[in-house]
Design a protein around this ligand. Structure first.
Ligand SMILES: NC(=O)c1ccc[n+]([C@@H]2O[C@H](COP(=O)([O-])OP(=O)(O)OC[C@H]3O[C@@H](n4cnc5c(N)ncnc54)[C@H](O)[C@@H]3O)[C@@H](O)[C@H]2O)c1
Length: 320
C-alpha cells in the first residue's frame, strides 16, 4: 500500500485527473469509509500539486493505519450486545481480543464472528463477580498474547424493577457485584499489566448512573459507582500512563434493553415510550457505542482522564 502511494509522488501530475479514483481504490483495500477520499480530494485542490500529494499521502497513511494495531484487549460481557460489537470493532482495528463472559456459548460465538473476519480472539469463561475469575482472565490473556493494553469492563445485569421498600438482599448483591465490584476488581488485576504497556481502562456506566430511573435503585447506584470509581482510578493511575475512563450510554437496542421492554405490560407501547425519551428520536445500536469505546481506547483520546463520555442521544441534556 505504501509503495503505491510513493509511486504516485514520482510523477504526480500525470496522475492528477485520476487521483480520486486511486485514493478510492487504496481506501477500499484498507477498508476505511470511502467518503474520506472526498476529504483528501478537496484538500488536495487547495495546494500546489506536488505538496498536495505529500500532504494527502501523510493524511492517508495516518488515517489508514488501524487504531489498535498490535494491541491486546480484554472485553467482559463480550458474548452479547455492546461487548460483542466492541470486540468485533476492536478486532477490525487490529487488536487481539480476550472475549470474557459468563455465557460460554455466546462468548464462543463472538470468537467465531471475529475469526470468520480474519481476526484473532479467544474465550475465557469469566464470572466478573468472582475475583479468582478476573485474575484468571488477565493471566490467560497475558499467557496467550504476551501483554495487555486495554481492559473494557462492560459485563452487566439489569434485574427486574422493584421499589426501594421491596429490594431483596440477593437482587441488590447480584447487581452491585456484577455491575460495580466486577469493574473495580477487574481493573485491580489488570493494573500490573497495564503499567507495562501504559494502557487504558474503559468501563460501562449508564445515563442512569448520572440521573435516576425509578425502580432500579441497585442498578442506578452501581452505575453511579462506576463513574465515581473511574475518576478515583484515573487520578491514581495517570502517573503510570494508564488512562481510565467510562461511557454512559442511553438506551441501546441489545438483549438487555429488549428484556427491559419485554418486561412491561405492553412492550410495543413501552418501546415507543422509551424511544420518545431520546431527543435523537431512537435508541442507539451497539455498534455506535463501540465507536465511543474505541475512541477512549485508542490514541485519539490522550486528554480523556477520568472522563464519563455520555453517548445517549441527548436524553441527559433534556429537563422534560
Ligand atoms: N442496553 C442498554 O440500554 C444499556 C444502557 C446503558 C448501559 N448498559 C450497560 O452496558 C453493558 C452491556 O450491556 P448490553 O446492553 O450489551 O447487555 P447484554 O445483556 O446484551 O450483554 C451483557 C453481557 O454481560 C454478560 N454477563 C452478565 N453477567 C455477567 C457476569 N457475572 N460475568 C461475566 N459476564 C456477565 C452476559 O452474559 C452478556 O453477554 C452493561 O454493563 C449494561 O449495564 C446498557
Amino acid at each position: 500500500m505504501i509503495s503505491r502511494v510513493l509511486l504516485l509522488n514520482k510523477d504526480a501530475s500525470s496522475f492528477a485527473p485520476s487521483w480520486g479514483a486511486v485514493i478510492l481504490r487504496i481506501h477500499s483495500q484498507a477498508n476505511p469509509p470511502a467518503t474520506s477520499a472526498n476529504t483528501y480530494l478537496s484538500k488536495f485542490r487547495l495546494y500546489d500539486q506536488e505538496i498536495a500529494y505529500i500532504v494527502a499521502e501523510k493524511q492517508f497513511l495516518d488515517e489508514a493505519k488501524m487504531k489498535l494495531e498490535n494491541r491486546v484487549a480484554i472485553i467482559t460481557g463480550a458474548g452479547s450486545g455492546m461487548g460483542r460489537a466492541t470486540a468485533i470493532l476492536f478486532s477490525q482495528e487490529g487488536a487481539k481480543v480476550c472475549v470474557a463472559d459468563a455465557n460460554e456459548k455466546n462468548g464462543l460465538e463472538t470468537v467465531k464472528l471475529i475469526k470468520d473476519k480474519g481476526g484473532d480472539a479467544f474465550f475465557v469463561h469469566t464470572d466478573v463477580r468472582k475475583e479468582e475469575d478476573l485474575k484468571k482472565m488477565v493471566r490467560s490473556t497475558v499467557d496467550k498474547y504476551g501483554k495487555l493494553d486495554i481492559l473494557f469492563n462492560n459485563a452487566g445485569v439489569l434485574e427486574k424493577p422493584t421499589n426501594v421498600e421491596d429490594i431483596t438482599e440477593d437482587s441488590w448483591n447480584k447487581t452491585i457485584d456484577t455491575d460495580l465490584k466486577g469493574v473495580v476488581l477487574g481493573t485491580k488485576h489488570a493494573i500490573p499489566e497495564l503499567k507495562k504497556t501504559k494502557g487504558a481502562v474503559i468501563s460501562t456506566a449508564s445515563h442512569w448512573g448520572v440521573r435516576a430511573y425509578p425502580g432500579y435503585a441497585a442498578y442506578n447506584a452501581a452505575k453511579a459507582g462506576v463513574i465515581s470509581f473511574t475518576m478515583t482510578a484515573a487520578l491514581e493511575l495517570i502517573k503510570d500512563g494508564i488512562r481510565v475512563n467510562c461511557i454512559a450510554p442511553g438506551g441501546v437496542w441489545t438483549p438487555m434493553c429488549q428484556g427491559f421492554v419485554q418486561a412491561s405490560a405492553d412492550p410495543v407501547k413501552a418501546k415507543k415510550q422509551l424511544e420518545s425519551l431520546y431527543p435523537i428520536g431512537r435508541m442507539s445500536e451497539p455498534e455506535e457505542i463501540a465507536r465511543a469505546v474505541l475512541f477512549l481506547a485508542s490514541d485519539d483520546s490522550p486528554l480523556c482522564v477520568g472522563t464519563c463520555l455520555v453517548v445517549d442521544g441527548g436524553s441527559l441534556a433534556r429537563i422534560y
